[in-house]
Design a protein around this ligand. Structure first.
Ligand SMILES: Cc1cc2nc3c(=O)[nH]c(=O)nc-3n(C[C@H](O)[C@H](O)[C@H](O)COP(=O)(O)O)c2cc1C
Length: 323
């Protein structure tokens, strides 16, 4: 279970940082994996509305935003954390938010569906100095549309008023406890999922497709990883193409090695694709093999056929799940 925190306060020991840390520490205590991206320490350029993402589906600006796209898509839960600056998010975080337009375009202009979209969740954590009734309204609207762009359901806002000086949030009577409680509520269903590992040699075609279909169809029941024992440089472009024919978006994926799995990640099922890989031994798990043909260096029709076989196998697996 992966939670991504997006930190927007420029203050070193600010209130927002403390809130986000309390949230993420609780996620880790419960067994989740977390990562923070501090937007105020990155050089994320402002969107220039060049229109490339609407035509081609990616942002051409070469900066610290690029490694963030795959993280956003890997995340089960995204936490947007910002102080209120002039009724909205800070400029540094707003630049990151605006650049998520590339993901919006992939979905709403190009029509592709990221497999995590059905289950990903988003939460806004925020603080403001005044006690005004409407101080969070601007940030809440921005968060709502950001979470839609990145394919996350908006699970609401934890906002704290009259928080101004460094240390105010620690002195707040309920804030840190409320944040910990919300963290537990949001991550518990994810932590109950069974863990499935799909393995093939290069992690470029079959195991990527199997992971994507499983995430898309049953990401609420299964936490899915895929890996290869000789990972290729990149996923197979023909595979991306045939998945796009089914409107499944395979962008931002990179083949990874079994050793790249999160530390201590123990699958409940290991499924090999049929390429006689030397599968790692996970305690108490007998790998099952789906005996699928290898589509590497084959025609697009061959790839389509393998895609359809993978989809059928995934559907059967989900239907007959006895884990
Ligand atoms: C440029 C700027 C604009 C601000 N605008 C607002 C505002 O519109 N409403 C509000 O309640 N607080 C506003 N504040 C106060 C901050 O939200 C508040 O100090 C907050 O606790 C800072 O959080 P941090 O410690 O996480 O950085 C503003 C502060 C700054 C520096």
């Amino acid at each position: 279970m992966f939670t991504l925190g997006l930190q927007g306060s420029p203050r070193k020991k600010g209130n927002t940082r403390a809130l986000l840390s309390a949230f993420l520490n609780e996620v880790e205590r419960l067994g989740g994996v977390t990562r923070v991206i501090d937007a105020t320490r990155k050089n994320i350029k402002a969107c220039v509305e060049c229109g490339t993402c609407e035509k081609k589906g990616y942002c051409p600006l070469d900066d610290h935003m690029q490694p963030l796209y795959p993280l956003l898509w890997k995340a089960d839960l995204v936490v947007l954390a910002t102080p209120i600056f002039f009724y909205g998010a800070t400029a540094q975080l707003k630049a990151l938010i605006d650049r998520s337009q590339a993901l919006w375009s992939r979905k709403y202009v190009i029509g592709l569906e990221d497999p995590g979209r059905n289950w990903r969740k988003g939460l806004l954590l925020t603080v403001g100095a005044t006690k005004g009734k409407n101080i969070f309204d601007g940030a809440v609207l921005t968060a709502r549309y950001f979470f839609d762009a990145i394919g996350a359901s908006f699970e609401g806002t934890l906002g704290f008023r009259q928080v101004e000086k460094v240390g105010d949030i620690e002195a707040h009577p309920t804030a840190l406890e409320a944040v910990r409680k919300r963290a537990a509520e949001l991550v518990s269903p994810f932590l109950k999922r069974k863990k499935i590992l799909f393995v093939c040699r290069e992690n470029a075609c079959r195991s990527q497709m199997a992971a994507a279909f499983t995430r898309q169809l049953a990401g609420d029941r299964f936490e899915v990883e895929s890996a290869g024992n000789e990972p290729a440089e990149q996923v197979n472009p023909l595979m991306e193409k045939v998945m796009a024919e089914k409107w499944v978006d395979m962008a931002y994926l990179k083949p990874s090695a079994i050793s790249d799995l999160p530390a201590g990640w123990q699958p409940d099922a290991v499924i090999t694709m049929g390429c006689n890989v030397a599968c790692p031994i996970f305690h108490g798990v007998v790998p099952q093999d789906w005996e699928l043909p290898d589509p590497a260096n084959e025609s697009i029709d061959f790839m389509r056929n393998v895609r359809d076989q993978v989809e059928r196998r995934v559907k059967d697996f989900i239907r007959n799940d006895s884990l």
